[in-house]
Design a binder for this molecule. Structure first.
Ligand SMILES: C[S@@+](CC[C@H](N)C(=O)[O-])C[C@H]1O[C@@H](n2cnc3c(N)ncnc32)[C@H](O)[C@@H]1O
Length: 217
């Protein structure tokens, strides 16, 4: 029996409380609402204004919510989605999450994604989840157009929010590529700038004043 605790957030969508890190995977104000605001609208949709074939990287795929939201909002884009996740949620937890119901997707979609680890959700949406830490993952150079940076907070995982990690991510991105993240902390902004990004603060979703969008120079 998994000791991951499922909680219901303000918009009625679920999130997980991590037994290892003691932190929630999403905002208590609304998991779907937060993901839509920070990753889908400010990241994916923004990039899709100019480019229809997109390579997307997600750091911390967790429940798979950002992956299935991207799929749901794919429209006419062709997507190649890479997720990195060191500690996938248990099958038992994935089965109970209410995202498929909320997003009107097939009910076993999250289980399928983690069971197969790679495949197609349709003919123009390919995914591959690397079960690895970001530190150990071998990333391609100069490939990603969009990065969803969704680690636990800098207070909990300071090792993931510094210059070394952002340089690794930056090297894996194309020039003009967009990274979004929910943290707007000064140390994060400075580490991103030092790793070759132009960084802006944008108004956050309910419950969060600001978040960061960074464009690789
Ligand atoms: C804030 S949660 C991500 C939430 C996820 N995007 C979602 O929508 O469910 C952070 C995720 O990063 C994963 N993680 C923690 N340390 C990691 C590391 N060093 N490398 C890769 N993944 C890591 C955790 O297991 C967790 O799933």
């Amino acid at each position: 029996m998994s000791n991951e605790k499922i909680i219901t957030t303000g918009d009625g969508s679920h999130s997980i409380l991590s037994p290892v890190y003691g932190e929630q995977y999403h905002s208590t104000f609304g998991a779907i609402q937060e993901s839509m605001h920070i990753f889908i609208k400010a990241g994916f949709k923004k990039a899709a204004e100019h480019k229809k074939r997109l390579n997307i990287l997600e750091m911390g795929t967790g429940t798979g919510l950002n992956l299935i939201l991207t799929f749901k909002h794919q429209n006419d884009a062709t997507i190649n989605y890479t997720g990195i996740e060191a500690f996938p949620p248990s099958g038992e937890t994935l089965k109970r999450l209410n995202y498929p119901e909320k997003l009107q997707l097939r009910e076993d979609i999250l289980l399928k994604i983690y069971r197969d680890n790679s495949g197609n959700l349709n003919k123009s949406f390919k995914y591959n989840i690397l079960i690895s830490t970001l530190q150990e993952a071998d990333l391609p150079q100069n490939l990603f157009d969009v990065v969803y940076f969704d680690a636990f907070s800098p207070e909990i995982q300071p090792e993931l929010w510094g210059r070394e990690i952002f340089q690794k991510i930056s090297d894996s991105m194309v020039s003009g590529g967009i990274l979004t993240t929910y943290s707007s902390k000064g140390i994060v902004k400075r580490a991103l700038k030092a790793s070759g990004f132009d960084v802006e603060k944008l108004p956050g979703p309910p419950g969060k004043r600001e978040f960061l969008r960074a464009v690789k120079l």
